[in-house]
Structure formats: structure tokens, C-alpha cells
Write a protein that binds this ligand. Structure first.
Ligand code: GLC
Length: 554
């Protein structure tokens, strides 16, 4: 049965942030050869798909999410041949490879935009979203409507002096939105996608994909405040996000992927919204679109059995098989998960257990497997552009207390490979682009590889078990509701095999039945426990505080 699922429906994704993964040439910046040199770490860990954040040519004002040439590699990361070698060598090790596509916007230094902004009648004049707006009583230019940027800044429009017009910038001012209504833009972007697919890449993560198509008539957004995926918004993005034409772009992009042999290239969308809306990216009006969408709720949920139970129940209800939920507890934009649980490794082990045993695709962020924490970097020292636009006047002591990091640098510091100076990320003595967390001395891949009690060892055991257990890869999920408040229990079943996962997220020990079914002569056999003090006694599981057990029912 397991083999009947397409590869992406049961894969495990590992996100690499190239600037911080491994520096092969001693310039303090990670690069593609560095990633190639460390592919064995991914294989040992047991992840199956590598997702690489953007490494394309870019002025790096948003660390590569501001592309100036989609068909070339930023020189500090390597060459186009390195990108090809990355694909080929990952494949040779049995890994799939996904790149990161920023389709919504380019850098304002992209030659297309430089040309587009230069006049109203150049060949690229219509490649971006330009609008006249109007003049107020004093002759001051005013934007055409009330649209706010994705960061909720007062306006999503920037003034273009040469053209005396506004251009749309959904994210930051230096990231102008491409005009996807222009046929030439579509043809060029889809050709670029074909170029990478032709080079063998297995799919793409799609950056802020829900913002590509906005209302053609530029009508105002609904001014009502909203809450989307746990994030507050000043207005409801009714005309700028998840518009019907966005779902059509998903289907068009899917058609491009399906031109390639095997129909097995994959699209995963960074999209925000309620599940009923997100599902339309997967299929709309009978046309298939993206394969997967990120479900970000775990990123903003506190560590709590009842909260997590509610989320699992919701994801199961709203993404029933053959739909595949995704589970994300960490990425390059949000706080490190270990920091969110107060640095408590027992809690991190419970979170890892859920992530790797729930039905769906787990997505890990580099360093999560060794328990990397946020590296505190004051707003004033930020390399990330966000603090300079959204937190200009925020006092540092307030910033220090925020659970979510405004300065995303804090979760983007170099990976810890060893305890040496340079953390094995770069040569000793080299100044790295962001500081290395001082705890790399003890918390690093080399040290944890040799320690059977480490978080890394726990992730390896979980992923090995998942790989070897079809019920965990592709079985059904049955979530128990009649459990003590602090407990999460679910059963994964396939072809008569049932694996139960039981977790205690509370501060007191608990004893719970492994299943509510009448087990009769069936035996409960322990597969893994996150804490050596967790035991199974007949059909009962005893769990110390913050521990989990994976048990097979035979
Ligand atoms: C996405 C990326 C983020 C980037 C933004 C603009 O949210 O994850 O890192 O800054 O899009 O491209």
C-alpha cells in the first residue's frame, strides 16, 4: 500500500538556508559546494527531500528572496554548474531536491525592473504593476487604493519618480510585484521553471504564492482587521490574497510541471488563509494545482496538548486523505522551536515525536534536529530588513521580551557542525555573515552524533522508524479524544498493523491505555520512548512529564 502513494505524499522535507549551512571557501558565507559536502548528514538523519532557500543572483537585501536573475546563481554561492552538481549528487544519494521560487516579485535591481521603471513606454513597461493613483489638494501623489503590504505597513505602493506612477510591492519596497497579467511575464517565468525542471529538480517551494494575483480593478481591501494563521492583520486582504486568479496560476504552474516525464514534480505553496481556501490551491474548478500547502499553525501555537489536539483534529478533518497535511514547527522566518518551549529538550523530543509520526509531510528546518536556539541579535544590528521598516521605534527591551523574533537573523545564524571556532561551518578565525551561537561548543552535529541520548539521535531514530513502518508513512490516523487533558494519543493503521503514539505534555506523570479498542490478546510492543523512564505495562503506558512513546499493537 505504502508504495502506491506518490513519493511526495510520504516524504520528509529538510530546509537548508544556504547562507548559513556550510561555507566551503572560507568567506564566512555558506555556499552550494558546502551543501554538497554535507549531503550525508541529511541521509544519516533520514530526511528524504532537500529544500534549498533561494541561491539565485540577488543583491541579498532579503537574503535571496529578492532575485535579480532566476537563471543564474549568486556568485558567493557558486555557479550554475554547482547547482547542477547539487541536483545530481543529491539524486545519487537518493534525495529529492526542491528549489525555492519567488514568483511574486523580483529585486528592484533586476534588469527587468530597471527597464520597467525607466519610462511608461519601454518594452518592459507593463512587466510590473504600475498605477497612476491621484493627486491630493496640494498636488501630492496618493496611491490608487488602501492596500497594505504583507507586513501591514500603511501602503503596498511605492512611488516611481521617473514614471510619476506607483508600483506595487506586496512585501518590501525593494521587491516590486511582477505583473502576471502580462503574457510575456508568464511565458518567461514558466520557461525559467522549465529550465530548472529540465535540469532535474524535483519541485519547488513557492514563496508568498497567494499574493501573485490581485484585483484587476484595484478595488480597496476590506478595512476590517483580520487574523490569518495566527497573525494579526490591520485589514482583510480580500482583493490582494487568495483571489480566484491565484488558484488559476497554481493550475497553470502544475500543467508546466506535468509536462515533465513521470508527472512526479512537486509544488508546495507558502500560502496563508483558512483551510477551505488553501484547498483551492490543490484543486479548483476540477483543475489540479499545488500538491501541498504549508500549514503554519504549529508555528504560532504554544506547547499544549489541548492546542495541538485541536490542530491535529482540524488538519485531519480539513485535509482528509488523499489530501496530505504538512507539519511545520520551525522555519527561517519564525522563532526556533526549542526557544519557544523555553529551551526544554524533553519538550523538543515530544514535538519531534509528533512531527515525525503524524499523518502527512514533516518539514524540518536546518539545525532543528540538533536543538539550535535563537541567537539574540539586537534590532539595531539586524541584517534582516524587517526591523528597519516595522520596528524602527521599538525599544530593545521590548524586543528582547517578544516570543516571536522580529529580527529574523536570530533564527538564521550558521549551522553547528562541530564545537570548534567557526563551528565547522567555516574555518577558525573567519568572520561569519551572522554571529555563531555560543552554545555550538556543546550543541553540534559531531557531539550529538556520538551521543545516543541527544536530540539528533532521537530524530534519527524517529525518522528511521518512520521509513521502516508503512503505517507511519501512509496509514490512517485516529486521534483519541477521551484522554487526560495533557495527553495526545493517536493510532496509525495500515493493512492490519496499528502503531499508537502516546505523548504526555504535562508536568505530572500519567498512565493511559495504549488504545481504547478491545485489545484482547493483542500485545503492545514498545518501538521507541523519548525518555528511558517511560514504560509499557500490558496495555497501559506510563509516561513521565514531557515524554512520548511509540508502540505497536500486535
Ligand atoms: C516569504 C519568505 C521570507 C521572505 C518573503 C518575501 O515569506 O519566507 O523569508 O522575506 O517571503 O519574499
Amino acid at each position: 500500500m505504502a508504495d502506491e502513494l506518490p513519493w511526495w505524499a510520504s516524504t520528509v522535507i529538510y530546509q537548508v538556508y544556504p547562507r548559513s549551512f556550510a561555507d566551503s571557501n572560507g568567506d564566512g558565507i555558506g555556499d552550494l559546494p558546502g551543501i554538497i559536502d554535507h549531503l550525508d548528514h541529511l541521509v544519516d538523519l533520514g530526511v528524504e527531500t532537500l529544500w534549498v532557500s533561494p541561491f539565485f543572483a540577488s543583491p541579498q537585501r532579503d537574503v535571496g528572496y529578492d532575485v535579480s536573475d532566476y537563471r543564474d546563481v549568486a556568485p558567493e554561492y557558486g555557479t550554475i554548474d554547482d547547482a547542477q552538481r547539487l541536483i545530481d549528487e543529491a539524486h545519487a544519494k537518493g534525495l529529492k531536491v526542491m528549489f525555492d521560487l519567488v514568483l511574486n516579485h523580483t529585486s528592484d535591481e533586476h534588469p527587468w525592473f530597471v527597464e520597467s521603471r525607466s519610462s511608461r513606454d519601454n518594452p518592459k513597461a507593463d512587466w510590473y504593476v504600475w498605477a497612476d493613483g491621484y493627486r491630493d489638494r496640494n498636488g501630492k501623489p496618493k496611491p490608487p487604493n488602501n492596500w497594505r503590504s504583507e507586513l501591514q505597513l500603511p501602503r503596498a505602493w511605492q512611488w516611481g519618480e521617473e514614471r510619476q506612477q506607483w508600483y506595487l510591492a506586496t512585501f518590501l519596497s525593494f521587491q516590486p510585484d511582477l505583473n502576471w497579467r502580462n503574457t510575456e511575464v508568464r511565458v518567461e517565468m514558466f520557461d525559467m521553471v522549465r529550465m530548472w525542471l529540465g535540469r532535474g529538480v524535483d519541485g519547488f517551494r513557492l514563496d508568498i504564492f497567494g499574493s501573485i494575483m490581485h484585483d484587476e480593478a484595484l478595488r480597496d481591501n476590506d478595512p476590517k482587521p483580520a487574523f490569518i494563521n495566527g497573525m494579526p492583520r490591520v485589514q482583510t486582504p480580500s482583493r490582494t490574497m487568495n483571489t480566484p486568479e491565484n488558484f488559476a496560476v497554481a493550475a497553470d504552474l502544475r500543467a508546466v510541471c506535468d509536462e515533465f516525464e513521470g508527472d512526479d514534480r512537486v509544488l508546495i505553496g507558502e500560502v496563508f488563509g483558512p483551510p477551505a481556501v488553501l484547498r483551492r490551491y490543490i484543486e479548483d474548478q476540477g483543475r489540479p494545482g499545488l500538491h501541498l500547502v504549508f500549514l503554519f499553525e504549529f508555528l504560532s501555537s504554544p506547547y499544549s496538548a489541548s492546542r495541538y489536539r485541536r490542530l491535529i483534529e482540524r488538519f485531519e478533518r480539513e485535509f482528509p486523505a488523499p489530501l496530505v497535511p504538512t507539519y511545520v514547527v520551525e522555519n527561517h522566518d519564525r522563532a526556533r522551536s526549542l526557544s519557544r518551549v523555553g529551551g526544554d529538550l524533553a519538550k523538543a523530543r515530544v514535538l519531534a515525536t509528533l512531527l515525525c509520526t503524524l499523518r502527512g509531510v514533516p518539514v524540518l528546518y536546518m539545525g532543528q534536529e540538533i536543538g539550535m536556539e535563537n541567537t539574540y541579535i539586537p534590532l539595531a544590528e539586524a541584517n534582516d530588513p524587517i526591523p528597519s521598516v516595522v520596528a524602527k521605534r521599538l525599544p530593545e527591551w521590548v524586543n528582547r521580551r517578544l516570543p516571536e523574533r522580529l529580527n529574523r537573523d536570530e533564527v538564521r545564524t550558521p549551522m553547528h557542525w562541530t564545537g570548534e571556532d567557526g563551528a565547522g561551518f567555516t574555518d577558525p578565525g573567519v568572520r561569519t555573515w551572522l554571529p555563531i551561537h555560543p552554545d555550538h561548543v556543546t550543541r553540534n552535529v559531531a557531539a550529538e552524533r556520538d551521543d545516543p541520548t541527544s536530540l539528533l539521535a532521537w530524530y534519527r531514530q524517529l525518522l528511521a522508524l518512520r521509513k521502516a513502518t508503512p503505517a507511519l508513512r501512509s496509514g490512517t490516523l485516529d486521534l483519541a479524544t477521551d484522554v487526560p487533558t495533557e495527553v495526545i494519543r493517536f493510532e496509525r493503521t495500515l493493512d492490519g498493523t496499528t502503531v499508537a503514539v502516546v505523548a504526555n505534555l504535562g508536568a505530572e506523570p500519567v498512565t493511559v491505555p495504549v488504545s481504547n479498542a478491545v485489545l484482547g490478546a493483542r500485545m503492545a510492543e514498545v518501538l521507541l520512548v523519548s525518555d528511558p523512564a517511560a514504560t509499557v505495562d500490558g496495555h497501559l503506558v506510563n509516561l513521565p512529564p514531557n515524554s512520548a512513546a511509540v508502540v505497536e499493537l500486535r
